[in-house]
Design a protein around this ligand. Structure first.
Ligand code: UT7
Length: 336
């Protein structure tokens, strides 16, 4: 019996990071810390930050343009945009703003989903459903975050970790019957959502009692809890995803993990028994760029020759919510 579900093709990838670099040494001007402390605990040396009027929409637009071009398409070919952002600069919404900047003439749907650092994998799942059912044929996924506007720059426990950036994927209905998503699992546990929180600045109506919650628009994180969660849950989850696909870790060419902490990346690497050349890590230069970190690592990895195309990769992410997910994907020639 032939399947009625239409297969998905990853047609193009792109990324963009801002030009301004903030090194660990620069951070010593803000608070008591050191390059050595940050690097040994996180693997981060520097991060990129937006400046002036630039924000996640600009980064997302550039990443999208690159992904569309790499897919051999033009903005007019896109028939839906899914934005993945932890907190877009304009809440209503990253995807609509990118649609406008791309000057797409048709009023194609554009919306955001929020799954923090797992946003790209959640967006891929939504796109898979849309393409699979034939609703849309060509979807732009744009993952972009300007964390530097959201961290409390007096909190050395969180502000050392984050950076800004964007990644984008164009996915289309596959014309050769091959589905580039071999397996995709997503999960969430709202009971531990308090590990990372960001509440938009807001106040109750002045006529009623005010809330005691901290609605300061800044990222608050219980770093140790997040770390423990990540190293216990994510490596096992990745392994389960591989076995549910009836594969073995050695059958997959690359691990492209969310870039949250080099020690967390190494915990996944050790579980899969992968040598360094199979593991894509650029956290040293960008820190944690939330939803953008996986597509940046993918697109940059291809550009730098670390990822050879005509291969397979396991993408995995985790973050606020708490959310987590893993996807085994085919990386065709020509996507970047
Ligand atoms: O997308 C998901 C994002 N989140 C993550 O992946 C976060 C995962 N967690 C982590 O990566 C780690 O928890 C951190 C790197 C954030 C922190 O490392 P830690 O080993 O958990 O440090 P800590 O917060 O327990 O702090 C240890 C000590 C404290 O001093 P005392 O109380 O022992 O005297 C902190 O005040 O280190 C101090 N400290 C610092 N010292 C120098 C905290 N931040 C800094 C700093 N520089 N930047």
């Amino acid at each position: 019996m032939t399947s009625l579900v239409k297969p998905l093709k990853i047609a193009g990838v792109g990324y963009n990071v801002p030009g301004s670099v903030v090194s660990n040494n620069d951070l010593t001007k803000l608070y008591e810390t050191s390059d050595e402390w940050i690097y040994t605990r996180t693997g981060i040396k520097e991060r990129r930050v937006v400046s002036g009027e630039q924000d996640a929409v600009d980064l997302g637009y550039e990443a999208s343009k690159m992904a569309i071009e790499n897919a051999g398409l033009t903005p007019e070919d896109i028939d839906c945009i899914i934005g993945a952002s932890s907190a877009p600069p304009e809440v209503y919404s990253l995807a609509c703003n990118v649609q406008s900047k791309l000057q797409i003439p048709n009023k194609i749907p554009a919306f955001d989903l929020t799954a923090a650092c797992t946003g790209l994998i959640y967006a891929l799942q939504v796109a898979k459903g849309m393409i699979g059912s034939g609703i849309y044929k060509t979807i732009l996924i744009v993952a972009s975050d300007n964390n530097s506007k959201l961290v409390d720059w007096t909190d050395r426990g969180t502000s050392i970790l984050f950076g800004d950036g964007a990644g984008a994927l164009v996915v289309t209905e596959s014309d050769d019957g091959i589905d580039d998503i071999i397996r995709l699992n997503i999960s969430a546990d709202g009971n531990i959502g308090h590990y990372i929180s960001l509440r938009y600045p807001s106040n109750n109506c002045p006529l009623v009692e005010q809330s005691s919650k901290i609605d300061d628009g800044k990222i608050h994180m219980a770093g140790k809890d997040v770390y423990k969660f990540a190293v216990t849950t994510v490596p096992k989850y990745v392994e389960e995803c591989i076995s549910e696909a009836n594969l073995k870790a050695e059958d997959i060419d690359y691990l492209i993990p969310h870039q949250a902490n080099q020690r967390i990346i190494e915990a996944i690497q050790q579980r899969l028994k992968y040598p360094d050349e199979k593991v894509i890590s650029n956290i040293k230069y960008y820190g944690n760029t939330s939803a953008a970190s996986i597509p940046i690592a993918l697109a940059e990895g291809v550009k730098q020759g670390k990822i050879k195309l005509g291969s397979t990769a396991i993408l995995c992410g985790f973050g606020a919510g708490m959310t987590w997910g893993a996807a085994i994907v085919r990386l065709r020639q020509g996507i970047c």
